[in-house]
Design a protein around this ligand. Structure first.
Ligand code: ADP
Ligand code: GLC
Length: 480
């Protein structure tokens, strides 16, 4: 079976979040199930530069205002199909934002172009790769199922995966004619969303199957509280919606061979060897050296991630004798809050504002616990990295965090099945209590090590989830 994944980011070429990790890891995971997956993505400078032996498969004279080509090639061991369109994608830096930090004004064109080329491929127009399935990730790829729905003749089946419902791709109705969809598509039963065009809405409406990245999030998004205006549509299509938890790339994230660690380790010797990494974290974050609980954060600094709640808990955290090493970037006010907190609690709170892949690995290998107080979390990957690295996840009881962590309550501790600490509701008092619980648990060395061990034993690989995607693809093909 052949599947085309369509996405705007892929690790290690372009990454702003977990979407990139997932898109980069799925093809290898699916290969073991007999699925040949190629990834189609925009030809950002970092992508075209990495492509080896590029071959032009198709030329477009006018793809949303300029010439374009579809290239096939390899990068980092993966087969890629790249939409090369200088007028749309040849821009350095963040894939979505211009130098002013705002969305590129032509994002509607850029991601419609990606979808047009994906749909052409899904229609079998590119002889070199005729997919059975077109798998669209998030709003940037979400028009592909719409275009394929209106295809004349045979076409690939479509899957729409929601990684984050907060990003939907809304544009004014005036863009609709340029999309060249049939006029009938501008309707509630189509791409229309409150008088404008909704890209993700279109994907959710037209896709043959919808997935999201955890079963709990699949439930949550069908409720008005978490459905972000799309819960009605999702309730209507509930029978087509499944939650499949993400795995992680266990080669990239492997404490036994991770070059970003000061010292690598295996489950047999982790306790002493992680100490060496802890010393290195302290050094890199300007923290005092001690053996008390060291929390870390690796996160986008946004409201979704509950970072404002954490800011309000920092005095308490430090008062309990714990420390925090934070790596993150995002909203300017949160960046400023953490920078200020680091100055106020010199040696106890350290903040590195920025994006640093290597440092994110070191934190997982050296900090004792990772704090994830998200208000909502479709899946979350940093808690999975934490499990694998023995960095105990302290998480809000939402979405994928609820599905992947076993709370260290008494019963779970007794059975040695606890892998972390969960808290609810997601507010300041309850986060403060979770921090207290962590400090108490840490003081009980035997219990803490048992939680670390249970985490390190948890299967966080793609194996089970790749089997679920494979089943989903097969069912779609059989249905036709
Ligand atoms: P989201 O995609 O919502 O940001 P995830 O937990 O799924 O959340 O994925 C976040 C990914 O981005 C993880 O791989 C995490 O390690 C990485 N990440 C987030 N912030 C940073 C940062 N400042 N530096 C390095 N890596 C980061
Ligand atoms: C999104 C979500 C995150 C998820 C990631 C990959 O960015 O916010 O929870 O892990 O996508 O699916």
């Amino acid at each position: 079976m052949k599947a085309l994944a369509v996405a705007s980011e892929m690790f290690p070429l372009v990454k702003t979040g977990g979407l990139a990790d997932v898109v980069g890891a799925l093809p290898t995971a699916l290969k073991h199930h007999g699925i040949e997956m190629r990834v189609m993505m925009p030809g950002y400078p970092a992508v075209t530069a990495a492509l080896t032996e590029p071959k032009a498969l198709r030329a477009y004279d006018d793809l949303f205002g300029g010439k374009a080509r579809l290239l096939a090639g390899r990068a980092h061991g993966l087969d890629l199909m790249v939409v090369e369109a200088a007028h749309l994608f040849e821009r350095p830096g963040n894939p979505y934002l211009g130098p002013d930090g705002k969305d590129w004004p032509d994002n509607w064109k850029r991601f419609a172009a990606l979808a047009v080329v994906a749909a052409d491929t899904g229609k079998g127009e590119i002889a070199a790769f005729v997919p059975d399935i077109v798998h669209a990730h998030d709003w940037q790829a979400a028009l592909a199922p719409a275009y394929l729905h209106f295809a004349v003749g045979p076409a690939a089946k479509t899957v729409m995966t929601v990684h984050n419902l907060a990003f939907q791709g809304h544009y004014p109705a005036s863009v609709f004619p340029a999309l060249k969809l049939p006029a009938s598509a501008f309707a509630v039963n189509g791409v229309e969303y409150y008088g404008g065009v909704g890209y993700l809405k279109a994907g959710l409406h037209y896709a043959d199957a919808i997935t999201t990245v955890s079963p709990s999030y699949a439930d949550e998004i069908t409720t008005p509280a978490d459905g972000m205006g799309l819960d009605g549509l999702l309730r209507l299509r509930r029978d087509r919606l499944t939650g499949i938890v993400n795995g992680i790339d266990t080669d990239v994230w492997n404490p036994a061979s991770d070059a970003h660690l000061a010292l690598t380790y295996v489950p047999r010797n982790f306790a002493q060897r992680r100490q060496v990494n802890k010393r290195e974290v302290e050094r890199r974050f300007g923290l005092e050296q001690d053996d008390g609980l060291l929390f870390c954060v690796v996160s986008r600094l946004t409201g979704q991630k509950g970072m404002d709640l954490l800011v309000q808990c920092l005095d308490h955290l430090v008062g309990l004798g714990a420390r925090l090493a934070l790596l993150g970037a995002g909203e300017a006010s949160l960046e400023a809050d953490f920078t200020k907190a680091a100055a106020r609690h010199k040696g106890r709170v350290g903040a590195v504002i920025g994006y640093d892949e290597g440092l994110s690995h070191l934190l997982q290998g050296g900090a004792d616990a990772i704090l994830i107080p998200s208000r909502f979390e479709p899946c979350g990957l940093t808690q999975l990295y934490g499990l694998r690295y023995g960095c105990v996840p302290v998480v809000a009881h939402v979405g994928g965090l609820a599905d992947t962590i076993v709370d260290a309550n008494e019963a779970a501790l007794e059975q040695a099945s606890a892998t972390g600490i969960q808290f609810a509701p997601v507010d300041v008092p309850s986060l403060a209590r979770a921090i207290e619980r962590s400090v108490r648990l840490y003081a009980d060395r035997k219990a803490w090590i048992s939680v670390q061990k249970a985490g390190m034993k948890t299967d966080v690989s793609w194996e089970k989830s790749a089997a679920r995607y494979t089943m989903l693809y097969k069912n779609l093909l059989h249905r036709s």
